[in-house]
Design a protein around this ligand. Structure first.
Ligand code: SF4
Length: 459
């Protein structure tokens, strides 16, 4: 039996926010990103692995308060990153004032520098990626560019899937107040984010813990519920021309109400639905949410209402006790459901998971063989669906464009979430005068498909 190491300690960061409301917004952006990547905040300097001080440099008193706070953090903790207005201020010798006064700080940035602060955090306190617990992909931690950001709407989970240890580590679902979530979304859009990725352990359950309580945002009542959240995010994104993408949505009947918003272009017609399996007996053994739902019929209805809908999902092959018949049912499901993007793990007996003891463990080679067979089928389905796009013109968000994209670049369409799906390989633009910029949209004509990617010419 494979023994999986217990999850490593979660890194903790102390945070002090000084200064005006603009500085507070910067703090919110940094804290959002830290939380989405799985860092925790510490209440004391001593209890933290590292401290971030967001400073103010406006008047002498504020400068003194900021420098004193940095000194205190250095004395009590020793590992300090400084950001904010004071970080941009020059000292008497023309060099950086903070570095002059406190040479041992780990990094100094100016205001509005979420990305630089995150880079400094990653360099000094990397968060070990735990594939069984983390919502954000490992790669996302290293290079989340400025133009997309994760928005975490809740923590924990009320389900008890037998293969999962998250509820035992993170507890039951706790939804964040809808006003806080929407304020953060607005700050992210105002900060230049062009794609917001909504994450949680179960996005469709948002608000269940607070009985869909009515919260307040912008002076108006808003229910703490997925439908109202998605409507408000669509409204917020519109003036910025930004995308909203939903992850970890379960196929509950309530999700039916979201599909018209996708058809109307309010949020991306993209759903990340972690099905994990299709056979009713396996789903029961897994104790999956919505396991009694008729998933195939539901997907077909969603696609009728929104033909552009792209479905991404993850699956587990070789779950304890999985028979060949149950596994074939899964392969048929992927073909019939026409899953656009699928990931698959061979079952791995995470220590502490109930599933390890509920049925005989399949040999590791068989689990791996089924994973490979699954991926073969899933890739055929995915490739055929990609080929159907050839000839279409799509909106593409540019992720990389060296030399202003004159020799091409890399982007993504609405059908590709960063890090987990494919991408759009951009050829040099048709018109010599056209340039591409990272974090901006371009229209592109799809001219080919290659593996998980599309190939396109910017027009
Ligand atoms: S829904 Fe299941 S797999 Fe997902 S976090 Fe909750 S218990 Fe774990």
């Amino acid at each position: 039996m494979t023994v999986v190491d217990p999850p490593t300690k979660i890194p903790k960061i102390g945070f002090v926010s000084l200064g005006c409301p603009k500085a507070l917004t910067d703090s919110e952006l940094i804290l959002t990103q830290l939380s989405a990547e799985g860092y925790q905040t510490a209440k004391t300097f001593e209890g933290a692995d590292l401290v971030i001080v967001n400073t103010c440099g406006f008047i002498d008193d504020a400068v003194k308060e900021s420098l004193d706070t940095i000194g205190e953090a250095l004395a009590d903790n020793g590992r300090v990153i400084v950001t904010g207005c004071l970080g941009a201020k020059a000292g008497a010798d023309g060099g950086n004032l903070v570095r002059q006064m406190h040479p041992s700080v780990l990094a100094v940035t100016g205001p509005h520098a979420t990305q630089e602060v995150m880079d400094a955090v990653h360099a000094n306190l990397p968060k070990p990626h735990d594939p069984f617990v983390d919502l954000v992909p490992a790669q996302g931690i290293k290079l989340t560019p400025k133009h997309y950001a994760y928005l975490k709407i809740s923590e924990g989970c009320n389900h008890r899937c037998t293969f999962c240890i998250i509820p035992s580590m993170r507890g039951d679902l706790v939804s964040r107040p809808i006003g806080d979530v929407l304020n953060e979304a607005r700050a992210l859009f105002e900060g230049g984010v062009k794609e917001l990725l909504v994450i949680s352990q179960d996005t469709s359950a948002y608000g269940v813990d607070v009985k869909y309580r009515t919260g307040f945002w912008n002076g108006k009542p808003v229910r703490t519920r997925m439908l109202e959240l998605v409507q408000a995010l669509g409204d917020l994104a519109e003036p910025f021309g930004a995308w909203v993408r939903l992850h970890y949505v379960y196929p509950y009947p309530s999700v039916d109400e979201i599909i018209p918003l996708m058809a109307a272009g309010r949020v991306l017609p993209y759903l990340d639905v972690p099905f994990q399996h299709s056979h009713p007996d396996v789903l029961r053994r897994m104790k999956r949410p919505a396991s009694g739902e008729k998933n195939l019929e539901r997907l077909q209805r969603w696609r009728e209402a929104c033909p552009e809908l792209v479905i991404r999902s993850t699956f587990i092959a070789g779950f304890p006790g999985e028979t060949e018949k149950e596994f074939s049912h899964l392969l048929d499901f992927v073909r019939e459901a026409q899953i656009d993007r699928a990931g698959c793990f061979a079952y791995s007996p995470v220590e502490g998971a109930i599933a390890n003891g509920i049925a005989p463990m399949l040999p590791a080679e068989l689990r791996e063989e089924r994973r490979a067979r699954f991926m073969e089928v899933a890739e055929q389905v995915s490739a055929a669906r990609l080929r159907r796009r050839i000839g279409a013109t799509m909106q593409v968000l540019v992720d990389s464009a060296p030399a202003l994209g004159r020799k091409g670049g890399v982007g993504r369409s609405y059908a590709d979430a960063p890090e987990i799906d494919g991408s759009v390989q951009l050829l040099p633009p048709e018109k010599i005068s056209k340039t591409l910029k990272v974090g901006e949209f371009t229209r592109a004509r799809i001219v080919g498909a290659q593996g998980h990617d599309l190939v396109a010419v910017p027009v």
